[in-house]
Design a protein around this ligand. Structure first.
Ligand SMILES: C[S@@+](CC[C@H](N)C(=O)[O-])C[C@H]1O[C@@H](n2cnc3c(N)ncnc32)[C@H](O)[C@@H]1O
Length: 303
């Protein structure tokens, strides 16, 4: 067990990358470096690994001393430009293990409803938008949007009204404020699931996670070589829908574009039609892995 973060579906994800030992790979979500270390074991001296994490603590606490590694303390949405900045145009594979690490959940940044700390939820601590800003400044329409789109709440109107009415008298600052303002809004035995979804909605908004994911996927189209692999592990349905649609259609609309001659544009082949999920042993050992879904696609040769 790793104190920082236990990598999810480590064996399955690395074998899905189908590593070519002198290839160039990107770990878009370095975290505790679990997936990166495994990739490095399979690369020879000519192979390269470029790792991204927007959280400088992840990068500082898990230093990898290895000449084959290039570290980018950047958002993965800038993949293409970051690669160009180090003279790389094409790569052999990308792995993205989305969301937050166990370390981040346990920090004092308010990612978890179990800690009595100020709400922040920024992965990149120099970013401007924090959870407090979302909760205290967003209008009703935007609050509804995030609760609905990022956490599938069907009663997003009602929940948004609760936030707005509470903040007329109080500034929403601590995770406890959320526990108070939503009291009575959930079925008690499902309290943890309810707050997990509320926190997820706010975190996704604060870190602009869905748009960053779309940018990463769009960039993968440009940077992956033919036969290059895209491996994405997601933890909730909104992310998984985006990944599934993109791998199938090469865009975020669920239909295939056609060229002048009526040929469908299919830039990827699915390596497995269904998402891969962790084994029951892994789910028992690592609670966080329970919601994981991995999708794998291979870049086609585009003429
Ligand atoms: C689930 S953890 C990855 C764990 C890692 N695979 C391991 O084995 O330790 C996700 C990491 O990705 C980072 N992250 C999430 N979204 C990001 C983004 N858009 N750009 C860069 N890093 C991101 C988070 O800061 C976090 O450290």
């Amino acid at each position: 067990m790793n104190e920082f973060h236990n990598p999810v579906m480590l064996t399955e994800s690395i074998s899905s990358l189908n590593i070519n030992q002198n290839g160039i790979y990107v770990d878009a979500t370095f975290g505790g470096g679990g997936h990166s270390k495994e990739i490095l074991k399979q690369l020879n001296n000519e192979g390269r690994l470029i790792v991204f994490d927007q959280d400088s603590e992840a990068i500082l606490k898990n230093k990898i001393i290895d000449d084959r590694v290039i570290v980018m303390n950047k958002n993965f949405r800038y993949l293409k430009n970051c690669l160009m900045s180090v003279g790389i145009n094409k790569i052999d594979g990308i792995i993205a293990d989305l969301g937050v690490s166990s370390y981040q959940i346990n920090t004092e940044r308010g990612f978890s409803f179990n800690s009595k700390v100020e709400l922040d939820m920024r992965m990149n601590t120099s970013a401007s938008l924090s959870a407090q800003e979302v909760l205290n400044k967003y209008n009703k329409e935007n609050l509804c949007r995030i609760l609905k789109e990022h956490a599938d709440f069907s009663n997003s109107q009602n929940l948004s009204e609760k936030i707005i009415s509470y903040r007329k008298e109080n500034y929403i600052k601590f995770s406890e404020d959320l526990l108070n303002l939503f009291s009575g809004c959930f079925y008690v035995p499902k309290k943890n699931q309810f707050f997990a979804r509320i926190f997820q909605a706010i975190r996704i908004e604060v870190n602009d996670e869905i748009n960053a994911l779309k940018d990463l996927l769009s960039a993968s189209l440009n940077v992956l070589k033919p036969k290059g692999r895209l491996v994405v592990i997601s933890y909730h349905s909104t992310e998984d829908r985006v990944v599934k649609t993109f791998m199938k259609f090469g865009q975020f609309e669920a239909f295939a574009k056609k060229d002048f001659f009526g040929n469908q544009f299919r830039p990827f082949s699915l390596v497995s039609k269904k998402p891969i999920i962790p084994s029951s042993e892994e789910m028992n050992l690592n609670n966080r892995s329970r919601s994981a879904k991995m999708r794998v696609a291979e870049k086609n040769r585009i003429i």
